[in-house]
Design a binder for this molecule. Structure first.
Ligand SMILES: C[S@@+](CC[C@H](N)C(=O)[O-])C[C@H]1O[C@@H](n2cnc3c(N)ncnc32)[C@H](O)[C@@H]1O
Length: 243
């Protein structure tokens, strides 16, 4: 009831034409305040983008998602757009399955392979920041994750330390790979495994490229002698398209 009233109030405040001038002043003030910190407001308000945002907000309500909305949207778009390319989808770094659900919603008939220890992060290296990451962070109950995603067909779980768990997909090709593994060794191992298996035009996204030293170093080292461009996205992800 309270939620409904709150929604009605927000709707009036955001749509009433009589309030268009105060809304403009407020928007410009917020934009100005954010600009002092190099921040921006982005509107996802075309019908298709709004639909994606509704899905992301729904998943955030029902589960613990470790992504900002813009990052989640970038995964949504990459998973959706890569449907025209042949190959399966993989995610390494599943945690409670929130980002996997975004992918599952738009994957079509493609198989989605989900890799995680489901027992938290493995040992960290000297390159990783111990104030950010530690062994065992993000432990979950595997059964809960499986239950959360059980309505989606062609979703396969690979529990354990990657790349030791990669055997079942070694002969597959991939149209989209989402990496969210936080650490140097994990990112390096994922790129070594998936890069040669990406279909031409296939997309790799890695989370934490901007804010985790280990991820950035692993990606930069790996692509140093490769023709692909490492493209920074908004938020902390990077994106690579296989040539
Ligand atoms: C930040 S969480 C993933 C968050 C998730 N993508 C989301 O958006 O909700 C990072 C995950 O990476 C997993 N991970 C890191 N390195 C791994 C490896 N080498 N093998 C398997 N899982 C790994 C951890 O177990 C943890 O669940």
């Amino acid at each position: 009831m309270i939620k409904h009233i709150f929604k009605q109030i927000i709707s009036v405040l955001t749509h009433a034409s009589i309030l268009s001038w105060p809304r403009k002043v407020l928007r410009q003030s917020v934009n100005y305040a954010l600009a002092t910190k190099n921040g921006v407001i982005v509107y996802y308000n075309t019908p298709e983008r709004a639909k994606a945002m509704d899905l992301i907000h729904q998943i955030k309500k029902e589960n613990d998602m470790l992504l900002f909305d813009n990052e989640a949207y970038q995964i949504y778009m990459a998973a959706k757009a890569s449907a025209k390319i042949s190959g399966d989808i993989a995610e390494v770094g599943v945690y409670k399955g929130a980002s996997a659900k975004i992918i599952a919603q738009v994957k079509g008939k493609r198989s989605l392979h989900l890799f995680d220890t489901f027992e938290g992060l493995p040992e960290i290296s000297k390159i990783d920041n111990p104030e950010q990451f530690y062994e065992g962070k993000f432990v979950v109950t595997f059964e809960d994750v499986k239950k959360y995603l059980k309505k989606y067909p062609n979703v396969f779980f690979h529990k354990g330390l990657f790349p030791q768990t990669a055997g079942p997909v070694k002969n597959k090709t991939f149209s989209f790979v989402n990496l969210d593994v936080d650490l140097y060794e994990s990112t390096k191992n994922c790129l070594e495994f998936f890069y040669p298996r990406m279909t031409k035009g296939g997309i790799i996204i890695s989370h934490d490229y901007i804010d985790a030293a280990g991820v950035k170093q692993a990606v930069d080292e790996f692509f140093k002698d490769k023709p692909e461009i490492v493209l920074e996205l908004s938020g902390s992800q990077c994106l690579i398209i296989k040539l």
